[in-house]
Design a protein around this ligand. Sequence first.
Ligand SMILES: Nc1ccn([C@@H]2O[C@H](COP(=O)(O)OP(=O)(O)OP(=O)(O)O)[C@@H](O)[C@H]2O)c(=O)n1
Ligand SMILES: C[C@](O)(CO)[C@H](O)COP(=O)(O)O
Length: 249
Amino acid sequence: MTELTDITLTPSTTPRCWALIPCAGNGSRAGAAGPKQYQVLAGQPMVMHTLAAFAEVPRIDQTLVVVSSDDAFFQTPQWKDSSFLIASCGGSTRASSVFNGLNALLAEGAVPHDWVLVHDAARCLITPAQINQLLDACLSDEVGGLLALPLPDTLKSGQAGRVASTLPRVDKWLAQTPQMFRIGSLLEALELAGDAVTDESSAIEAMGMAPKLVPGSAQNFKVTYPEDFALAQAVLLSRTPDTQTRSTQ
Ligand SMILES: Nc1ccn([C@@H]2O[C@H](COP(=O)(O)OP(=O)(O)OP(=O)(O)O)[C@@H](O)[C@H]2O)c(=O)n1
Ligand SMILES: C[C@](O)(CO)[C@H](O)COP(=O)(O)O
């Protein structure tokens, strides 16, 4: 007969942590010649900086990158890399790319109880230290959570180019990624929420749950508009190998 202690100590019951990188967008607002995630910044395509940060976090068991079906970037000899998985199942929206990627993770051996950290390829300034902060805050949480930034500016609502009102900002946060949830819960939430949600947390919230807000960094911005490339590159160049090493400690 199996003792209760045998069950709780069985290593196979420990949830694994996967990273899922949606990388199937067009970057239409960025105005670049091709998808923004492949623009070279500080000597590397943007997504390679993103992947390097996750590779430095030992608690991440495996990383899966979701690309469009016609995307050959990771098949070229220069960028082929067996240290992460590629799934050519990108959808027409970010939510569908994530949903398809979650199913690809299950096909790779993930189980619904495992954690997944969903992170935009276009947030190439994420650091191992920030990923570790999210893991530390959420691994023992019932729901999971996300990196987010308390709103730093005064908040206005506008109408026809003029201020309609000034809104209270005391409880307002800017949602970032990674966003960390159980794979099974997130799949169910996205299936119910559909394509309209712009982040994973929205889908989980629609299920009646309250994800944890984990304070992030202003440097973890999403490259969205043309001027963001220069800013992201400047930050990357300011991180010497020495500061990179210290940020993981
Ligand atoms: N159908 C989509 C749309 C977006 N993404 C990914 O989701 C992240 C955040 O999306 P966003 O910044 O909106 O990227 P794009 O959709 O590429 O940009 P835009 O909205 O300006 O076209 C990016 O890493 C992007 O590659 C995705 O995997 N699949
Ligand atoms: C997930 C996200 O990065 C949170 O801020 C963001 O919502 C994705 O950007 P999109 O432009 O809405 O796809």
